[in-house]
Design a protein around this ligand. Structure first.
Ligand SMILES: [Zn+2]
Length: 138
């Protein structure tokens, strides 16, 4: 039986842990945006060289962290898609949706090759639902 040393953690693991820590520190959606009922995030990936990963759908509710960063779906990539700068203004202005394209800024360690930029593109769509009763208050 073999054991993997816990002291030699990869950079990949460390960056994923940092993402989780930032997420945990962000507080909940319900605290940051009390009038938000549900947020849906859709990511459709476009890869230039390899097969694109399957599209992702995330549904976020008030108890969820108010944090919109999604790890790159490539398991060997240390990058992520940071949609905080898109989602926060959307929710502050109580708009219904926003879409656009974002590119992964991470790098990948493919077997036998040096680290290469990932450059995976994602078309994103964020849809927000608000509580009708409280939207006009304040
Ligand atoms: Zn990536």
């Amino acid at each position: 039986m073999r054991f993997v040393s816990r002291t030699t953690r990869s950079l990949l693991e460390q960056s994923r842990e940092q993402l989780l820590r930032r997420r945990a520190a962000a507080g909940t959606l319900g605290e940051a945006f009390p009038y938000v009922e549900q947020i849906r995030v859709e990511l459709c990936f476009t890869a230039s060289e390899s097969t694109a990963p399957a599209a992702q759908r995330h549904a976020l509710y008030p108890p969820a962290p108010a944090y919109f960063e999604f790890a790159c779906p490539f398991g060997d990539c240390d990058g992520s898609f940071d949609l905080n700068g898109v989602a926060s203004p959307l929710l502050k202005k109580a708009k219904s949706h926003v879409d656009g394209t974002i590119q992964c800024s991470g790098s990948r360690t493919r077997s036998g090759m040096p680290r290469q930029p990932c450059s995976l593109r994602a078309d994103y769509m964020i849809t927000a639902q608000y509580q009708a009763s409280s939207a006009q208050k304040g």
